[in-house]
Design a protein around this ligand. Structure first.
Ligand SMILES: Cc1cc2nc3c(=O)[nH]c(=O)nc-3n(C[C@H](O)[C@H](O)[C@H](O)COP(=O)(O)OP(=O)(O)OC[C@H]3O[C@@H](n4cnc5c(N)ncnc54)[C@H](O)[C@@H]3O)c2cc1C
Length: 444
């Protein structure tokens, strides 16, 4: 895929309802005629799944309460982080946790109002950090990432999105040699998985990214990391591709999914009912409300994340920068430079706390002197997260005609095409190309 570096233009994407005029979505069909496959959720997971199903010859209908890619998939950091294998609950994370939790604007926080509701998830999260569980998780993630990278390559080609993918790699940055040393176990795991990387200092560091503060003493360059030029535009382009190729789009909030021996009935909040041969639930952080009545009590929570997109950054950003010790990344997008990350375990209802976005921006200015931090646009999104940092991909307990695809946490964009392909294989009754037991909805 050819590499293009994001041009900085001041105009941010304009989210709004997807152009329904170009969608054959509103075509009505007799109520008793079954849709082939209905996908609930038109985020990046639902969209990539639609593309893979369409390629396999299926007729797809997307249902979303908002439009195309207007939730978490709108404003993420755009990283195609195929080299990111480590679960969040690693031993390195535990060392940092007390300091992080003491800082209300630090990389990981729990608002007091959400401490009790999140407790059961936290207990599972702690268990996921046990050494044998981490081994299992990394093995599963490595297998998933191989599929994700290969299938994303095919999707990009099929949707002609080559000029929206950057192949510049990523650069993780450290403030001390001790910090670099502490990251060694993670890099050893990547060596085991055959992932190339290079620890850099001095001139090589300055060549990979000029203009950093002398506070940054070392870095790790990962050349096979990729990034999209703008995540919303990327997702929207996949949406356009599937609609042009015959997918339908229905704007509705799904209230329930009821499979029987022959079909699945989908009831919407506004009283409509749709019938489908097969259903995919890809409703991101909101999926739990649909899966619980099907007998699957998946411990899905949300890791809320924040960012600021700077329209006129005046900084020569060469590739995605990762400030792991501070829990944020800096991305080079066609709409500007995006500074963001952080994890706030705060559920779906609490108000956003944009002081978190301000805090990351302040830190970025410290490490990237010269960065123009004025005029930024702030955003918060709901990462759909399971305690073991693996997504849910598999059949519901109620019926094999209802498949789940959600819970991708920090990696939904990265794993979207891989997930879509695996779902397509499941729906076709094929043996999936990787073992899906670690991703089973019933694994908890
Ligand atoms: C700050 C931040 C940075 C990130 N950076 C990256 C990154 O660099 N790389 C990466 O790979 N990932 C990244 N992520 C994670 C990534 O954005 C998510 O994993 C991904 O967007 C999840 O996609 P999704 O389709 O599952 O969910 P969403 O995009 O949230 O889509 C779910 C859809 O379901 C719809 N829906 C929900 N309930 C219903 C219902 N009942 N009826 C109808 N529709 C419904 C919603 O309207 C929504 O459109 C980041 C996330 C954040 C917050």
């Amino acid at each position: 895929m050819p590499s293009t570096r994001g041009q900085h233009c001041a105009r941010p994407p304009e989210p709004g309802p997807f152009p329904n005029t170009m969608s054959p979505a509103r075509r009505s069909r007799p109520n008793d005629q079954a849709h082939d496959v209905i996908i609930i959720g038109a985020g990046i997971i639902g969209l990539a799944t639609a593309q893979k199903l369409q390629e396999a010859g299926r007729k797809v209908t997307l249902i979303d309460r908002k439009g195309i890619a207007l939730e978490t998939s709108t404003g993420n950091a755009g990283g195609l982080a195929f080299t990111d294998l480590m679960p969040l609950a690693t031993s390195g994370m535990w060392r940092k946790l007390p300091k992080w939790l003491m800082d209300p604007l630090g990389p990981l926080t729990i608002p007091p109002a959400y401490f009790l509701p999140i407790l059961p998830w936290l207990v599972r999260f702690m268990r996921a950090g046990l050494p044998d569980r981490i081994d299992q998780s990394i093995r599963a993630q490595a297998a998933m990432m191989k599929v994700a990278e290969a299938e994303m390559g095919k999707l990009v080609k099929a949707c002609k999105l080559q000029d929206r993918v950057m192949l510049d790699g990523s650069l993780e940055l450290y403030e001390s040699e001790a910090e670099l040393k502490a990251s060694a176990p993670g890099w050893r795991r990547r060596t085991d998985a055959g992932i190339p990387f290079e620890h850099v200092r001095g001139e090589r560091l300055a060549e990979l990214q000029p203009g950093l503060s002398p506070r940054i003493v070392a870095g790790t360059f990962t050349p096979t990391w990729q990034a999209v030029t703008e995540p919303y535009e990327f997702a929207r382009a996949i949406g356009e591709h599937v609609l042009v190729n015959g997918a339908e789009f229905i704007e509705a909030a799904v209230a329930s999914v009821k499979p029987d021996a022959e079909h699945a009935l989908i009831n919407t909040a506004d009283g409509r009912t749709f019938k489908a041969n097969q259903v995919v639930i890809a409703a991101g952080a909101w999926s739990k409300a649909l899966t619980a009545p099907l007998g699957d009590h998946v411990p899905l929570e949300t890791e809320r994340g924040y960012n600021t997109t700077l329209p006129d950054p005046q900084f020569d950003l060469r590739r995605q920068l990762i400030f792991g010790g501070h829990g944020f990344v800096v991305s080079n997008l066609s709409t500007g430079i995006r500074v963001g990350g952080a994890v706030e375990l705060g559920g779906l209802e609490l108000k956003p706390n944009f002081a978190r976005a301000d805090a990351m921006l302040k830190k970025a200015a410290l490490f990237m002197p010269g960065l123009n931090t004025t005029g930024g646009k702030q955003w918060m999104g709901f990462r759909p997260s399971l305690p073991d940092s693996l997504p849910v991909i598999g059949a519901s307990s109620a019926s094999p005609r209802v498949i789940y695809a959600f819970g991708h946490g920090h990696l939904g964009l990265t794993q979207s095409a891989g997930t879509g392909q695996l779902v397509s294989e499941l729906l076709a009754g094929q043996i999936p190309q990787i073992v899906l037991a670690p991703f089973s909805p019933q694994r908890f």
